[in-house]
Design a protein around this ligand. Sequence first.
Ligand SMILES: Nc1ncnc2c1ncn2[C@@H]1O[C@H](COP(=O)(O)OP(=O)(O)O)[C@@H](O)[C@H]1O
Ligand SMILES: [Mg+2]
Length: 283
Amino acid sequence: METQAQGLIKLVNEKKVNRNPKFLAVASGKGGVGKTNFAVNFSYILANDFNRKVLLIDADIGMANVHILVNVNTKKTLKNILNGEKIEDIIFTTRNFDILPGFSGIDAINEVEDSAVFRFVQNLNEISQQYDYIIIDTAAGIDNKVISFIRASSKTYVITTPEPTAIMDAYALIKSMKKLYDYSDFKVVVNMAKNEEEGLETFERLNSSIKKFLNMEVKLAGVLPATKNIQKTVKKKQIISEVYPSEKFVIQLKKIAADELGEPPPAVKESFWEKVVGFLRRE
Ligand SMILES: Nc1ncnc2c1ncn2[C@@H]1O[C@H](COP(=O)(O)OP(=O)(O)O)[C@@H](O)[C@H]1O
Ligand SMILES: [Mg+2]
C-alpha cells in the first residue's frame, strides 16, 4: 500500500514533470467574432475531454474578460508579478484548467529593471513547463502586443465569421504577419456560420485571397455554427461545452481539439516568454 509520504512524493514529481507545452494563440482582425468563447471552450475541452493540462492566458489587454466568462473575480495583474509576487498567486483554476488573468499589467515591463524582467521570464518558464497546452486569448486587431504574442506562438487560430468585414480583417492580420515577420502558422476557424456550407464558402473566400496575394495557404481548422445557447450560457456565466455537450458547436470544437492533439508536439522547448518579452521590451 502507498504511504501518505509516497503519495506526496508522487504528487510533487507529477507536478514537476516537464511537459514541453505548446503555445497556441487565438486572434482575429475584427472584435466580437468569438475569440474568447473559442479560447475558453477549447481549453475546457482539452482539459476535460482529453485530459490535458491547460493554461489559458487572457492577453486581451483592453478588454480582459476571460474571468468574467468563467465567473471568477480577480483584480491582480502581471504588474503584481513584475513587482515581485509569485505567479502561482494570480493563476486560478476553474473546471480542471488554469487561467492567468490580467495581462493588462504587462505594460509595466518597460518600467522595471532587467533583473526583475529576468525573474519574471524565469518564473513564467517554470510555470509553463507544467502544462501541455498554453492558449493565449489576444485582443482584436494588430497592435504591438498582439503581434508579439502571435510571433512567439507555434500556431495561431484565426477566428472569423462569415461577415465580409470579419473576413477582410482576418486577411489583413494574416497579411501583416506574413509580410512583416514571415509568420504563416495559421489555422482558420469560421465561427457563427449559419451552416457548414456558409462556413466553407467563408474559408474559401479568405484562403483564395491569401493564395492569390500572399503566395501562401492557410488550413481550415473547422466551422462552428451560430447558436443561441452560446449567448444563453454567456449570460449565465456558464460554459457551453459544460452545459450543452451535445451542441453542434461543441462537437465541432472537439474535432478541432482532436486534430490539434494529432499534430506533433514541439520538437524543442519553445522559448515563448523570452520571445514575447524581447519583442515587448524593444517596442
Ligand atoms: N457561435 C456563436 N453563436 C452565437 N453567438 C456567439 C458565437 N460565438 C460567440 N458568440 C457571441 O458573440 C459575442 C462575442 O464573443 P467573444 O467570444 O467575446 O468575442 P471576441 O473575444 O472575439 O471579442 C458574445 O456575445 C458571444 O456570446
Ligand atoms: Mg475577447
